[in-house]
Design a binder for this molecule. Structure first.
Ligand SMILES: Nc1nc2c(ncn2[C@@H]2O[C@H](COP(=O)(O)OP(=O)(O)OP(=O)(O)O)[C@@H](O)[C@H]2O)c(=O)[nH]1
Length: 389
């Protein structure tokens, strides 16, 4: 799939920068991207997106300093400067892309406010689907972040064709601060979505047994709403040969060790099924009740000799038995690597307790804000005439 990424705000810009960095190492390029922000320093920190593709908006309002976690201002400056954003996208080229993906932290100001506005305009102008990857704030970041995220997400689900969620709090380690975890979390995001979005692109590995076309990803996401992604990687297939970095090898963390998939001597399809189960039952980008997913996509990436049609078919049946809907698509794509990766996309999820909690926090925050405002206004409401009206 050929993807046009827009990194909105600080988190979005950093993550898209990593997608582009990953793509540059591939035999063929599938991704392009721009970064949009109200903060000049955030744009300066980006390394792989060309300078001309980094767009500073809202200069007359916030003077390049960011909107300070105010997503209403983020939405307003985006709407005011939508023409320059669309021009930047157009000048980067859109004729050969399959989808737009906007990436942002939903708890902040710029990306949180700007993403739904941009999604609306992109959908009006282009025929290609518009997806979002939204980062949910950890509750410890404070109620303002949760409130922003709830507002942004409630708007975004009606504007984007589908919204993938990544929950910072589910992925940071016990005792670790969210900030300290950013690099690791971004790496987790890019490796999962990198495998998913690259499906259908013919790389150095050749053509798959059961090719997944970009239209299969698009059809899986057609139901809209929110989606979550599961991922698992096998242990090294040829431990005695010199390590091939390759597409998946570069995603393997140095210390990482796959636990329960023994690749030697096992039946090929059993290996694939075990990997897919691990992907779906392990930690998802948004922890949720997978049995409430409407559709799913099962994707295997690995060396061609390890791919197996029967294994993919059986994995699809297993996923189908475990989700609410009956539409499960799937396939494989060969990559030159010493690892096999499985991605399970759970699309249009109906039940995610984390989102219910987020919306509850947001409602309580809104009520507290109104109460505090009433109290403030009544304090000076004691019959003293103001100097002027
Ligand atoms: N996973 C991840 N989350 C991040 C990162 N940077 C920021 N966040 C989260 O994103 C939210 C804040 O969004 P930012 O992108 O920093 O904010 P912004 O869109 O630039 O908006 P303003 O700074 O308010 O103008 C918070 O919940 C952060 O925890 C990152 O690199 N990775």
């Amino acid at each position: 799939m050929r993807v046009f990424f827009i990194g909105f705000g600080q988190a979005g810009g950093k993550i898209v920068d990593m997608f582009i960095e990953q793509d540059k190492k591939m035999p063929t390029q599938s991704f392009r991207g721009i970064a949009v922000n109200t903060a000049r320093t955030d744009l300066m920190g980006i390394k792989n997106i060309e300078l001309k593709d980094r767009l500073l908006i809202g200069q007359t309002v916030v003077k390049g300093h960011g909107v300070g976690t105010d997503n209403v201002t983020g939405a307003r400056v985006t709407a005011d400067e939508i023409d320059s954003i669309i021009n930047a996208i157009d000048s980067r080229g859109t004729h050969d892309i399959d989808a737009f993906v906007i990436v942002s932290g939903l708890g902040g100001g710029t990306g949180s406010g700007g993403t739904p506005v941009l999604a609306r305009h992109l959908k009006r102008i282009y025929r290609e689907p518009v997806y979002a990857i939204g980062i949910l704030p950890a509750p410890e970041e404070g109620r303002l972040y949760s409130y922003n995220a709830a507002r942004s997400l409630s708007t975004l689900v009606n504007e984007a064709d589908n919204t993938f969620l990544f929950d910072n709090s589910a992925w940071k380690n016990e005792g670790e601060s969210v900030k300290d975890a950013y690099n690791r979390l971004n790496d987790e995001i890019v490796r999962r979505f990198g495998v998913l979005f690259r499906a259908g692109e013919v790389g150095a590995g050749g053509v798959g047994e059961m090719v997944v076309d970009s239209s299969e990803i698009i059809n899986t996401l057609r139901g809209g709403g929110i989606s979550s992604v599961g991922y698992a990687i096998s242990e090294r297939i040829n431990p005695r040969t010199k390590q091939k970095q390759g597409f998946l090898g570069s995603f393997m963390k140095k210390k990482e060790k796959a636990e329960d998939v023994l690749l030697t001597g096992e039946d090929k399809s059993a290996k694939i099924i075990a990997l897919v189960r691990r992907a779906m039952l392990g930690r998802l980008t948004l922890p949720c009740d997978y049995s409430s997913a409407e559709r799913a996509l099962v994707l295997l990436a690995g060396p061609p000799q390890e791919m197996d049609r029967k294994g993919v078919e059986k994995s699809k049946s297993w996923v189908e038995e475990n989700i609410a809907g009956v539409e499960v698509r799937g396939g494989d794509y060969p990559v030159s690597s010493d690892y096999i990766a499985a991605v399970v996309l759970l699309a249009t999820i109906e039940n995610a307790p984390r989102i219910t909690d987020l919306l509850e926090i947001a409602k309580a925050t809104k009520e507290d804000v109104i109460r505090a405002k009433d109290k403030r206004s009544s304090m000076f409401d004691e019959g003293i005439e103001p100097l002027f009206e």
